[in-house]
Design a protein around this ligand. Sequence first.
Ligand SMILES: NC(=O)C1=CN([C@@H]2O[C@H](COP(=O)(O)OP(=O)(O)OC[C@H]3O[C@@H](n4cnc5c(N)ncnc54)[C@H](O)[C@@H]3O)[C@@H](O)[C@H]2O)[C@@H](O)CC1
Ligand SMILES: Nc1ncnc2c1ncn2[C@@H]1O[C@H](COP(=O)(O)OP(=O)(O)O)[C@@H](O)[C@H]1O
Ligand SMILES: [Mg+2]
Length: 286
Amino acid sequence: MEKLTDQILKDVITPRPQNSFKGTFGKVTLVGGNHNFGGAIIMASMAAVCAGAGLVTTATDKSNSSPLHSQLPEAMFADFTNDKQVADLVQAATSVVVGPGLGDDESSLQILKNVFANTNDQQNVIIDGSAITLMAHENIDQPHGNIIYTPHEMEWQRLSGIKIGEQTEDKNKIAQQKLGATVVLKKHHTEIYTSNQVYQLPIGTPAQAVGGMGDTLAGIVGGFTAEFNDKPAEAVLAAVYVHSAIAEKIAESQYIVLPHQISRALPAFMKKMEKLEDDHHIGFLN
Ligand SMILES: NC(=O)C1=CN([C@@H]2O[C@H](COP(=O)(O)OP(=O)(O)OC[C@H]3O[C@@H](n4cnc5c(N)ncnc54)[C@H](O)[C@@H]3O)[C@@H](O)[C@H]2O)[C@@H](O)CC1
Ligand SMILES: Nc1ncnc2c1ncn2[C@@H]1O[C@H](COP(=O)(O)OP(=O)(O)O)[C@@H](O)[C@H]1O
Ligand SMILES: [Mg+2]
């Protein structure tokens, strides 16, 4: 298992071309947030916007429209029960994030099936939270796309059948190869299983054990894969690293880290990365 280092941030977060516009940095469509879990998709959407995606649209329960816009006017809204609109938004996306707060009832299932029916192999599809649980429980086939699962250990147990105490590197690798997808197995020292390598995140803090922390990561992965779409595999690794690097920084002065604080810190943190020369280390930054 190879340990991720801050080098991944320097590799991925480079200065933006002068001759660019919002379309240069990709479109993210996020789908989730039922009547009870609106916060999950709002946190994911905030993360995608703050990570630098060019355009972000959030397909969610109607009741989340005003809360979304009051927190995040940069995001556009769609009603996730409008199948035609969601299909169009999914087809138009560079990256699709599905699952944060989606829920596990019949309506959640129909929405998930509609999303999965409309992805294609050119897109990054980040499958998180309820979407993983629904796939496992309802035996739903994996959709088209560059698939990135972001399960916590229980979601990985549901999806892979490997019990939490038995999730060894070898077993996880076999399950990941069978899926033909990237797996970000979230825990203390998250592991990332890619087509040809297994990475471990050596940073991160228990101050991150807060609801919404994974929803935020899913949004960063969506934002980075859209923005840095010429190197989607590295973008996933950088997203995982930046999420915990910022959290560690905040945790120097806070007992817990609120997920939205990570998102709000992203633009300034990324600016510092952009300026870094190869011989500088993030540890020197304040
Ligand atoms: N503010 C919100 O709206 C929030 C909504 N959420 C959404 O709620 C839905 C259900 O997700 P949950 O993860 O809460 O529920 P799940 O039922 O999927 O998973 C939680 C269960 O897994 C067990 N578990 C074992 N190892 C774990 C690990 N390493 N990390 C986390 N759990 C572990 C827990 O003990 C618990 O029994 C998802 O769609 C999620 O996105 C959560 O993100 C919490 C915040
Ligand atoms: N003790 C810990 N140390 C480091 N990271 C942690 C710790 N506890 C939780 N995290 C991180 O927080 C996130 C939790 O994700 P998840 O359980 O999906 O949260 P939620 O669904 O509530 O948003 C993951 O990125 C995980 O790695
Ligand atoms: Mg989660």
